[in-house]
Design a binder for this molecule. Structure first.
Ligand SMILES: CC(C)(COP(=O)(O)OP(=O)(O)OC[C@H]1O[C@@H](n2cnc3c(N)ncnc32)[C@H](O)[C@@H]1OP(=O)(O)O)[C@@H](O)C(=O)NCCC(=O)NCCS
Length: 137
């Protein structure tokens, strides 16, 4: 592969930019600065210096683990680069996480994840906090 794959964090600025151009929900630089160092695992793919794809794993390694920030730069989509990212992430998950860990994700596109063993949640429904419903104190 002509691109460089590394297990490293992206800079907060390029992380926020990649999320923005791929249509993922926007994050502030300040939030990224708090978030990124708390990753269990991160993978970046670069063309030269340019960040073209990434993925992260967050959680506690033992009981709860979440896969987040799977994103491929629009100029590089359709090249199956997300598989490279997911293979790296699954290698980490299968080697490092306890077999009883609940490994989950919110899938915008489920075909990316089914081939790695992810299934629809039937028993429990995924939910998230709507900050507009939380009063500020
Ligand atoms: C979703 C995203 C990560 C996909 O990355 P990509 O590298 O462009 O993916 P590709 O289109 O090359 O396809 C990846 C795989 O899905 C398959 N695929 C693509 N479209 C498909 C479809 N409609 N149905 C089934 N499989 C499909 C491809 O064949 C390929 O399979 P393979 O790796 O097993 O050969 C990328 O488009 C992206 O960053 N989108 C915006 C952000 C986003 O939605 N992230 C996911 C959040 S859950």
């Amino acid at each position: 592969m002509k691109y460089t794959l590394k297990n490293e964090l992206p800079a907060p600025e390029e992380y926020c930019h990649l999320r923005q151009i791929t249509g993922l929900s926007p994050k502030t630089i300040a939030a990224a600065q708090v978030s990124l160092p708390r990753s269990l695992h991160a993978v970046t793919l670069r063309n030269g210096d340019q960040l073209i794809a990434m993925g992260r794993v967050i959680g506690d390694l033992g009981c709860h683990v979440q896969i987040v920030d799977i994103a491929v730069h629009p100029d590089y989509q359709g090249l199956k680069l997300s598989r490279v990212i997911m293979e790296n992430i699954m290698d980490f998950v299968t080697k490092e996480c306890h077999r009883c860990a609940f490994v989950n994700l919110f899938a915008d596109v489920d075909y990316l994840y089914q081939k790695f063993g992810f299934v629809d949640s039937v028993k429990s429904k995924g939910m998230y906090l709507d900050w507009n419903r939380v009063s500020q104190s």
